[in-house]
Design a protein around this ligand. Structure first.
Ligand SMILES: [Zn+2]
Ligand SMILES: [Zn+2]
Ligand SMILES: [Zn+2]
Ligand SMILES: [Zn+2]
Length: 246
């Protein structure tokens, strides 16, 4: 591929792009065969729980600020919830949170006890210890009903809520994760400009009162194309009212 010789192919969006690729602090050396573009890296963070992204190559945690600077989460500290010295990926009201407590807090899920089948909420990503979504995990947690430290699996009703980015590799959701990131990246920014909306509405009203209703219809259609459905219906009602009276 001659076109990509000077540039690189992003491993997420698969576009051939001009250099430079995004420099991931974890495995982003320029000689790396797997490269990502800056837009995809930012989308990985938007898709990630609480703005924390994971490197698709090595699963390191990172964040991206508004200037596009990528920072790998490397701080080791005592987590405010589990009280263990661990890698800190986020903060809650100024208190450091480890990755497990961050995910457990941000995505609360219910789990089923292997011993008594009770279902309870566990604020820890217990799905990480499950080889498949249906098998019980390999790490214990206290059951409120049978009182034992037992094994758990995510409740069937909550299985779909396990973030694709954080599901174990053996669950086979990697492609789904990257597809989500691609979709996030290409989704049009639904930016509404209040000034433009005002001009649209004003010109519609003026045309409805003083000019032809065909012009009004044209403006109504352009509003529809901007996905402002309720405004379009409202204005269509105004135009209809004008026509009925006139
Ligand atoms: Zn990309
Ligand atoms: Zn990495
Ligand atoms: Zn913790
Ligand atoms: Zn139990």
């Amino acid at each position: 591929m001659e076109a990509s010789e000077a540039g690189f192919t992003c491993a997420i969006c698969l576009d051939d792009l001009p250099p430079p690729p995004a420099r991931l602090p974890c495995c982003g050396s320029s000689s790396s065969t797997i490269q990502y573009c800056a837009d995809c890296v930012a989308a990985v963070c938007r898709n990630g729980v609480g703005g924390v992204g994971r490197c698709p190559t090595c699963r390191a945690y990172f964040t991206v600020d508004s200037a596009g600077t990528i920072t790998q989460c490397e701080r080791q500290d005592v987590c405010a919830i589990c009280r263990q010295g661990r890698l800190i990926v986020a903060e809650h009201r100024g208190h450091p949170l480890c990755d497990a407590c961050h995910f457990g807090r941000a995505v609360p899920l219910r789990y089923e006890c292997a011993n008594c089948s009770a279902v309870q909420h566990i604020p820890h990503p217990m799905y990480r210890y499950q080889r498949t979504p249906h098998e019980f995990g390999t790490t214990s947690w206290a059951c409120h009903r049978c009182g034992d430290f037992t094994m758990w699996r995510v409740a069937q009703a909550d299985a779909a809520r396990v973030p694709a980015a954080d599901a174990p590799e053996s669950w086979g959701r990697r492609d789904e994760w990257l597809a989500q990131v691609r979709a996030q990246r290409t989704a049009p920014a639904r930016g509404r400009s209040p000034a433009l909306d005002f001009v649209f509405v004003l010109s519609f009203l003026v045309s409805a009162y003083y000019f032809e209703r065909y012009l009004s219809a044209l403006l109504g259609i352009s509003l529809l194309f901007r996905n402002e459905l309720w405004e379009a219906f409202f204005l269509a009602g105004v135009a209809y009212e004008r026509r009925r009276r006139g």
